[in-house]
Design a protein around this ligand. Sequence first.
Ligand code: CA
Length: 651
Amino acid sequence: MEIKKFLWVAGLCCACHGVYAAPVEFASPDKKLVVTVTDDGGKPVYKVAYDGVVFVENSPLGLRTDLGDWTQGLSLADSAFKTKTVEVDYTLRTIKQSHVEKQATLAVCPFYKDGKKVWDAEFYVSAHDVAFRYRVYPQGDRLCTVVKEEATGFVFPEGTTTFLCPQSKPMGGFARTSPSYETSYKTDEAMGKNGWGEGYSFPCLFRTGDKGWVLISETGVDSRYCASRLLGGKGSLYAIGFPQEGEFNGNGTTAPGLMLPGETPWRTISVGATLAPITETTVAFDVVEPQYEPSRPYVYGRGTWSWIIGGDASMNYDEQKRYIDFAADMGYESVLVDAWWDSRVGYKRMEELARYAASKGVGLYLWYNSNGYWNDAPQGPRGRLDRTPVRRREMAWMRDAGIRGIKVDFIGSDKQETMRLYEDILCDANDYGLLVIFHGCTLPRGWERMYPNFVASEAVLASENMHFSQGSCDAEAFNATLHPFIRNTVGSMDFGGSTLNHYYNAKDEPRGSRRVTSDVFALATAVMFQSAVQHFAMTPGNLETAPGWAIDFMKKVPTTWDEVRFIDGYPGRYAVMARRHGDTWYVVGVNAQEETAELEVELPMFAAGETVACYEDDEKLQGRQTTRRVGKDGKVKLSIPKNGGVVLVGE
Ligand code: CA
């Protein structure tokens, strides 16, 4: 973060090492979000309250390391406690809000054991977000440590319910590629479970009865630590868990190593009486810093890809050329060339294809297998990105061929060794001017800001599952009502959806899995799902078969956004949100409930009495384009049938 004010305010109490200190309390600049830290009987705890309501009860802090157990027998040096106000101010085209400007409180809570400083808890508190991390200190001549376990946890008030997706066991799923953050959410569940036995994937959403919502996540993870999961199963306590032993085929440790002094990643807590602060949070990006400068001005935008409808059979020169023509007809910026291109198109003809695409103003993304010695995924190209010398040679070829970016797949694991691989791929790709999308992967944790050529990750049950199964098609609307409030709140999501085909096959014949959502739903999710690069599941045939208004909308839809607003919704039921691109607001909604959602929403982004463009469904999911006049009270009535959508676009 850009820190412009350096005035630390020190604690007022006297030093009292060995004696437990009085709690320290600090708050967001508007004083509404309050954090309390204390060394309760030698065990450090923190508490989070908003507007007088406790959202996270006294919850454990601390680390067990090879240098000592720093979870108990600790004392808070309240005399050395200090706070300051910082200003956060940055511009980032690849997240939900292009410019972020806010104030936050930074607080440092130093903890001692046996008279020696072991770690500080550093807290960042803005209007609706708390982030905290440990700053760990050298012990004598020990300048590195292994963190064996964290005590870090989150205790929720009684009656809190959960909206979580389970972490997979390692080396399961397709070709032993899990965990890859591709599991189903359960909504409105009681506390005290532990997923499939291995906890939950971030981000994790909790509902504090009718008091509000809490989102727990993690950010600032790079090669200096592992990524974590959230372990449940102990009543109302959810604790930070390290990766599983078997991940990455057992290679690499589960316990991260840390240079001293050194910091752990930030753990984040977003709190709101409604879902607005969670939908709109930028905390994942506020507390991290760019790791390097972009090597060039990167180009974002829309594209198509043949694989999602046509599958592996579509991987040939002629079909890829047809998709390039289609992208050009749509005015799109790119085409994603998926798996097996190395053997079915070949490197020489790929250079031709890239030249052809460039002549039409279209850039190419190339799919790559990440492995390597960590899973059995057979798709080519393999063995090209797993180690530095080969990777850099491959990327030099891509630069010379004018390739725009890469989609790196099957890179599931949260170990520190895997974080190093992610970081190495990103750094090298930037050297060669390539954008990076990850699939079959972990959640990005602040990476849009940390690595300027990072675009998006899958880390969700994405469109491919609808290609594979009718069950996923049937659950499409249910899942869409979750993502604006959970997965997509903390990181760009490469979903690859918005198909206008009726069936997931190239001829759009009635076989295989069938889309049950409406055309307007496809338009709505093109706005709802945020990623600066979107490869939509559209086909050349859609130009003839889809309604003209749907094609025209998809030609114009932006992928970069200046602002986001929560309008209405409940995860698993329905979602209505707004995004602004330049001066134009898009209000979009989808519904997963059996009953038609009849809503009256306030839309302050539109002027009272203003006429806006409208796309809506009738009860049979037949879409139409019309106009809508905003009421004199600034309200609009929306009617969204099950599996349907609505889109309003201002002038
Ligand atoms: Ca996948």
